[in-house]
Design a protein around this ligand. Structure first.
Ligand code: CAO
Length: 462
């Protein structure tokens, strides 16, 4: 016997009125649990709503442009009766975004497996049902988490995805306008048709009206991008940039153009820290303890000592918003591009907990499972290329933060101790900062203080 069941929007955090931008299935499609049904687009990211059970789509309850919230009906799905019964718990977990509320079993393992199932990412639109279930990656260890909606890493970015209706998107596309550069004037920063028109008008007047934490128009008047037929010079292949590269590229370009960047370079002697870390790493076999967790702790100490580094300019550019919490963004390299998940309340966590969370968010980033909440609320970012190489680089400030620390590969160097050269393990640091907020002398003090924390770990206890 088949039964008709409703698929609803699960817990999507504090979002409501989220527009549907894509329908991923049609009436009559056979679908598998976790396959994406529709795509929503919040001001932070796009997200797919996964099917809570296997079945056949009988009715779609939404269309492109509809706005939905947690609990909104998405589709009616015909499921085989057996499946319907066994899927009840998973559906409950998915539709509330919490642990299955009516789970009669006391077995917590079962509960977490169930919640994990509800968290499995949806298959790609093009994937066949059988492939879809194969593609679901293993869920990382740890407690079940909300929300259960999966987010494609290719669809998320350090800052925001432009928030506009499909009609406005179409309008912008027709005019060749990059919505990432347009400021939205409607509620919650939504971009209207008039905003696009105004943007084009100001461009035509030679002053792009790009909003900035400096409060004013950028007035950038740049040469057009060179248009070259490269095929004249040899064989070529053209590939579209991934969605994440397009989104993060727009943000990076804005931040680079709008923020007066300076990069302060320094070195930290981490000889003792590394000896301690290696011991700790050997003791914690299941946990990868890398130098980065020590840097997170040192960053917290430095942010406490220099509060204007833990700050953002407000949208007028006239006030500095000082933050009393310590959330650190970590740049993670994924096959589709760079994402910056945030580890919250780092001041309240020890090295091992930070190591566990770092491992978890890095995996989620690479598995395309980060939610927008996990990428917001950052105070200061660390971009570590230390595992790869290099002696220094210029990271771009992740607006509206005011500073970012770039870390390169440590190396053994001869250091003069006053009497002789000593081999010391030196870690290169590159702090880029917003010069509107931070002066060079403060940046030098911040970086030097940061380095001291790593050199003498006892300071982190102070
Ligand atoms: N110097 C020397 N070795 C280092 C190091 C450093 N500064 N930092 C890390 N390492 C070592 C680690 O100890 C580890 O060695 P073992 O495997 O022997 O333990 C190895 O390098 C690999 O580390 P990792 O990169 O896997 O882990 P991490 O915690 O250092 O970094 C993460 C995690 C997610 C930040 C990293 O994997 C990543 O994605 N980095 C790229 C970030 C990026 O692209 N930034 C550029 C953005 S442009 O602004």
């Amino acid at each position: 016997m088949a039964a008709l069941k409703e698929a609803r929007v699960p817990d999507i955090g504090d979002y409501s009125g989220v527009p549907v931008i894509e329908l991923l299935v049609s009436v009559g499609d056979s679908i598998r649990r976790d396959q994406g049904l529709i795509t929503l687009e919040s001001d932070k990211a796009t997200m797919e709503v996964p099917a809570p059970f296997d079945g056949v789509v009988k009715e779609l309850k939404v269309k492109i442009g509809d706005e939905v919230a947690e609990g909104s009906a998405v589709a009616m799905i015909e499921v085989a009766d057996d499946d319907a019964k066994s899927d009840d718990k998973a559906k409950a977990a998915q539709s509330t975004g919490k642990d299955s509320p009516k789970d009669t079993s006391d077995d917590s393992t079962k509960k977490s497996e169930q919640a994990e199932k509800a968290e499995s990412p949806p298959a790609k639109e093009s994937a066949k049902p059988a492939e879809a279930s194969k593609q679901a990656p293993a869920v990382s260890a740890g407690p079940p988490r909300s929300p259960p909606v999966s987010f494609g890493a290719e669809s998320v970015a350090p800052a925001s995805v432009p928030y506009a209706s499909p009609a406005v998107r179409l309008f912008a596309r027709e005019l060749g306008v990059d919505l990432g550069k347009v400021s939205g004037s409607a509620r919650a920063g939504r971009i209207t048709k008039e905003d696009v028109q105004q943007f084009v008008k100001s461009l035509m007047q030679g002053a792009a009206s790009v909003s900035a934490a400096g409060g004013g128009a950028a007035g950038l008047s740049l040469l057009p991008w060179p248009k070259i037929d490269f095929s004249k010079f040899g064989e070529i292949e053209s590939k579209p940039l991934s969605r994440i590269k397009k989104i993060s590229g727009a943000n990076l370009a804005r931040n680079w153009a709008m923020i007066p960047h300076v990069t302060q370079h320094d070195e930290a002697d981490i000889t003792e820290m590394e000896a301690f870390r290696k011991g700790l790493a050997a003791e914690s076999k299941d946990l990868k303890v890398t130098p980065l967790v020590f840097m997170i702790k040192a960053a917290v100490a430095a942010l406490k000592k220099f509060p204007h580094f833990n700050a953002s300019l407000d949208e007028t550019g006239e006030n500095l918003v000082l933050k009393k919490y310590f959330n650190i963004g970590i740049a993670v390299d994924t096959p589709d591009g760079l994402v910056v998940p945030v580890i919250r309340d780092c001041d309240k966590k020890g090295l091992l907990q930070l190591a566990a969370e770092l491992g978890e968010i890095s995996k989620k980033a690479r598995d395309k499972k980060l939610g927008p909440a996990e990428m917001s609320g950052g105070c200061f970012s660390i971009s570590s290329l230390g595992g790869i190489g290099g002696t220094g680089f210029t990271p771009i400030v992740n607006a509206p933060e005011v500073a970012i620390l770039g870390v390169s590969k440590s190396s053994m160097k001869p250091v003069w101790n006053g009497q002789a050269f000593e081999p010391r393990l030196m870690l290169p640091l590159s702090l880029s900062y917003d010069h509107r907020v931070i002066d060079g002398a403060d940046a030098a003090r911040f970086t030097s203080f940061f380095a001291q924390q790593l050199t003498d770990l006892r300071r982190l206890l102070l």
